[in-house]
Ligand binder design. Structure first.
Ligand SMILES: Nc1nc2c(ncn2[C@@H]2O[C@H](COP(=O)(O)OP(=O)(O)OP(=O)(O)O)[C@@H](O)[C@H]2O)c(=O)[nH]1
Ligand SMILES: [Mg+2]
Length: 393
C-alpha cells in the first residue's frame, strides 16, 4: 500500500488531520508534543470510479455513488522542531518513522497562532512561511547522518575488486525507500570522486539531499485556513511548489456530522447539505467551515491526499477484474479491487501488484471496458479495468 506521512512542527494539526482522514480515535491538544508514538492507519484517496461510465453504480463498499476511495497508509508522527536531526525536541528517532513513507504532507499552521516550537501565541504572531522549509532541511540532515554513519562500510567495500558504488548505495538506501533508479539518477546528476575515500561531507550531504528529494516529495498543507489572517495562505503558496489550503478541524467536524446523519457529505466534496436537526450554534459552525470550502474548493484534507498521490507521485488507479465479458456486458457490476500504480505502468505491473504469482504467470491482458486484448507494452490509464490472463489464475 502507498504510504503517506504527516510531518511538521508540533501543534500544527497533524493528528487532527489524521483523525479526520482515518476516523481513528487519537489525541489532539493545543500544546506541543501531544503525539509521542506514531499513529498508523488506513485512509483513502478519491477518484472517479469506472462505474460512472455505466448505467448502474458499482456495488463496492469503497464506491459511493461513483466516488471511489482507494486505500493508502497514513502515518502521524511526533512534531518536528528545527534541530531535530541532532536530537532537539523529541529527537531524531521518530524521523526514522518517515523512512517508509512514499510522500510527506508537511502540515503548517497557516494561522500563525503557534511559534516555531509549537507553543500557542496570538493568531498572526508567527510567520508560517518560516515553517515551510525546515522540514525538508531536517529530513535532508537526517538522511545525511544515515549516509555518514554507513560511509565507513562503503569505504571498506570499495577495497574489494568487484565493488560497485551504485550497488552499495542501493543496499544502504533501500531502507529509506530509494530504488535502483533513484540511485542511478542521483549519481548521474551529482559530481563526485570515483573513490569513496575521497568523498567529503559536502558530497555526502548533496547525495542525501538528492535522494530525499526523489524519495520523499512534499506537499505543504496550509492548515487552520479557517482562522488564517488575510494573505497568509497566499504567502505560503509563493514559498512552496505544492500547497493545499486546509481545515483539518473542519473536515473532522464534517465527518462526524455526516456519520451522525446531520449532513450529506462525502470526503472531498466541495460542499455539503444540512439534512438533520441542528442547533443555531452547530449551524454557525458548519457555515464557518463552508466559508473555507467556498474559498478553496473543499476542506483540503482529501485534496491534500489526492494531490500527494495523483499529482506528486504521479499515480493512476487500475482495477483488475475476474471476467472481462461480465464487466463489459454489465452482468458484473462491482469492482472490488483498486490498485495505485505509477504512470507508465503496464498490464504486467498490475499483475505483479495483484500477486507475484499472477505476475510470474502473466500471459496477456484484456481491456474490459472495450473487451479487447491489449499489448503488453500498453501504458495503463487512470480508471483502467483489466482482466489479467495468467497461468496462475
Ligand atoms: N482553528 C483550527 N484549529 C485546528 C485545526 N486543526 C487542528 N487545530 C487545533 O490545533 C491544535 C493542535 O492539533 P493537533 O492535531 O494535536 O496537532 P499536532 O500537529 O498533532 O501536534 P503534536 O502532536 O503536538 O505535534 C488543537 O487544538 C486542534 O484542535 C484547524 O483546521 N483549524
Ligand atoms: Mg499530534
Amino acid at each position: 500500500m502507498l504510504s503517506i506521512a504527516l510531518a511538521g512542527k508540533p501543534n500544527a494539526g497533524k493528528s487532527t488531520f489524521y483523525k479526520a482522514a482515518t476516523m481513528a480515535d487519537v489525541d489532539v491538544g493545543n500544546y506541543p508534543f501531544t503525539t509521542i508514538d506514531a499513529n498508523r492507519g488506513v485512509s483513502h484517496v478519491r477518484t472517479d470510479c469506472p462505474c460512472l461510465d455505466r448505467e448502474e453504480r458499482c456495488g463496492d463498499d469503497n464506491c459511493r455513488d461513483g466516488k471511489r476511495y482507494v486505500p493508502v497508509e497514513l502515518i502521524d508522527v511526533a512534531g518536528l522542531v528545527p534541530g531535530a536531526h541532532e536530537g532537539r525536541g523529541l529527537g531524531n528517532q521518530f524521523l526514522d518513522e518517515l523512512s517508509t513513507a512514499d510522500v510527506i504532507l508537511n502540515v503548517v499552521d497557516a494561522s500563525g497562532g503557534t511559534d516555531a516550537e509549537g507553543e500557542p501565541v496570538e493568531v498572526g504572531e508567527h510567520d508560517p512561511v518560516e515553517d515551510v522549509h525546515f522540514v525538508e532541511e531536517e529530513m535532508d540532515l537526517w538522511l545525511a547522518s544515515i549516509v555518514e554513519r554507513n560511509w565507513e562500510s562503503i569505504e571498506r567495500q570499495s577495497r574489494s575488486p568487484d565493488f560497485k558504488l551504485d550497488e552499495s548505495l542501493v543496499d544502504m538506501l533501500a531502507g529509506v525507500g530509494a530504488s535502483e533508479l533513484d540511485v542511478a539518477r542521483t549519481l548521474r546528476d551529482l559530481e563526485y570522486p570515483e573513490d569513496p575515500i575521497a568523498w567529503t561531507d559536502e558530497h555526502r550531504e548533496a547525495l542525501a539531499t538528492e535522494i530525499r528529494q526523489r524519495t520523499k516529495p512534499l506537499v505543504v498543507v496550509a492548515n487552520k485556513a479557517d482562522i488564517a489572517p488575510e494573505g497568509n495562505i497566499e504567502a505560503l503558496q509563493e514559498a512552496a511548489d505544492v500547497v493545499v489550503p486546509a481545515t483539518a478541524d473542519g473536515e473532522l467536524a464534517l465527518r462526524n456530522a455526516a456519520q451522525a446523519g446531520v449532513i450529506d457529505y462525502d470526503p472531498g466534496d466541495p460542499d455539503f447539505d444540512i439534512v438533520g436537526d441542528v442547533s443555531d450554534q452547530q449551524r454557525e459552525g458548519l457555515n464557518r467551515i463552508r466559508g473555507v470550502m467556498d474559498d478553496w474548493g473543499g476542506t483540503g484534507v482529501q485534496g491534500a491526499l489526492d494531490t500527494a498521490v495523483y499529482d506528486l507521485l504521479d499515480h493512476l488507479t487500475a482495477y483488475p477484474v475476474q471476467n472481462e465479458t461480465h464487466w463489459t456486458d454489465g452482468q458484473e457490476n462491482v469492482l472490488p479491487d483498486a490498485f495505485l500504480l505509477r504512470q507508465g505502468a503496464t498490464p504486467k505491473d498490475l499483475a505483479y501488484a495483484v500477486h507475484s504469482d499472477i505476475g510470474d504467470g502473466y500471459i496477456h491482458a484484456v481491456d474490459a471496458r472495450e473487451n479487447r486484448r491489449i499489448s503488453d507494452e500498453t501504458e495503463l490509464e487512470e480508471g483502467a479495468v483489466i482482466k489479467i490472463v495468467s497461468d496462475a489464475n
